[in-house]
Design a protein around this ligand. Structure first.
Ligand code: GDP
Ligand code: MG
Length: 311
């Protein structure tokens, strides 16, 4: 990459800030999760609700000086081609609608180099996309250079990729360069999220915010300000509704009584209203379990504020 480009990506001038969505597609085990871990790390932080513009699952957010990349999951794209191919492709299109760039990831130890590539579901999708597509050849640490070269040769005949990046996600080789180049493809736009890096389930935060909002709507005066919400569990369950367990912390026993209400009526009201909003937001049904706990002076506890994502 040229020095010019690198400077654009790291400049502090807000007019040069780039932010947007990158969809990652690829067969199971090609190394998508490993790449995200390498690019984003394990830091978990918060996101702000108003910034949420996507209905799709966010895998992680990488904030760097001058850029912010929001990585999107694209569910169901690369199932066996005979399974309702068209329906799945439509699904994949929907998931990629919001992406500014698509990363097509393959495994250097298991590339598809035969004529079957013409019938590959992913390739069918790529052909109809009107946006930059990067080919990322992962696990290059496991194959000789010549193999990488022949993969590049084969794939570039079949599709005009915007960029081709051989990387090792595991060894973090080529990954920073990839991220910088991806960022340069994003529109000039202020960051969608606070600069704290987000990984894994930012949905958790939104869920907490919906519950807090309902508490604000349901109670007056000091109750909302003495309350905070901690999402204890956010469990995706295949074939069943997701389970979300949240704890609402108040500072005094008397507040707990008010929040729960007569025979639990107040808490039930909060729970039902929050559940409806959360379901709309997530686009799927959930079980929402709310508990109320007293934690004296939680607002004064630094450790707690940290855990709850206030700083
Ligand atoms: P995903 O299903 O696409 O998310 O793939 P994962 O990220 O879970 O990776 C699948 C397997 O490939 C794991 O065992 C990873 O450790 C391994 N893997 C991923 N990237 C690399 C790489 O660059 N080099 C090597 N040697 N292994 C890798
Ligand atoms: Mg994975």
């Amino acid at each position: 990459m040229s020095e010019d480009m690198e400077q654009t990506a790291t400049t502090a001038n807000p007019e040069d800030f780039r932010a947007g969505y990158v969809a990652i597609i690829g067969d199971p085990n090609v190394g998508k999760s490993t790449l995200l871990n390498t690019l984003i790390g394990q830091k978990i932080s918060i996101v702000s609700r108003k910034a949420q513009t996507t209905r799709h699952k966010i895998l992680g957010i990488r904030s760097a000086p001058g850029s912010q990349i929001i990585f999107l999951d694209t569910p169901g794209l690369l199932q066996p081609a005979y399974l309702l191919q068209q329906a799945m492709m439509n699904f994949a299109y929907a998931a990629m609608d919001e992406a500014d760039v698509v990363v097509f990831m393959i495994d250097a130890t298991d590339p598809k180099l035969g004529p079957e590539i013409e019938h590959d579901t992913a390739f069918g999708v790529l052909r109809r996309l009107q946006k930059p597509v990067f080919l990322v050849i992962n696990k290059t640490d496991l194959v000789p250079k010549e193999t990488v070269a022949s993969i590049i040769g084969f794939y570039s005949v079949h599709y005009a990729f915007t960029e081709i990046f051989p990387i090792s996600a595991l060894r973090a080789e080529g990954t920073e360069d990839l991220a910088r180049t991806l960022a340069l493809q994003l529109p000039v736009h202020p960051p969608f999220y606070p600069p704290d890096v987000v990984s894994e389930h930012p949905e958790r935060f939104f869920v907490g915010e919906f519950i807090r909002e309902k508490i604000f709507e349901t109670f007056r005066e000091e109750i909302p300000y003495s309350t905070t919400v901690d999402i204890l569990e956010f469990k995706e369950q295949s074939g069943r509704k997701d389970l979300i367990r949240a704890e609402i912390y108040v500072e005094r026993e008397s507040q707990k009584g008010i929040l729960i209400g007569k025979k639990g009526s107040a808490l039930r009201e909060v729970g039902e209203a929050a559940r409806r909003d959360i379901e709309t937001f997530l686009g799927r049904k959930i079980f929402l379990e709310l508990h109320v706990k007293v934690r004296e002076r939680w607002r004064a506890s630094d450790a707690w504020l940290k855990r709850l994502g206030y700083h």
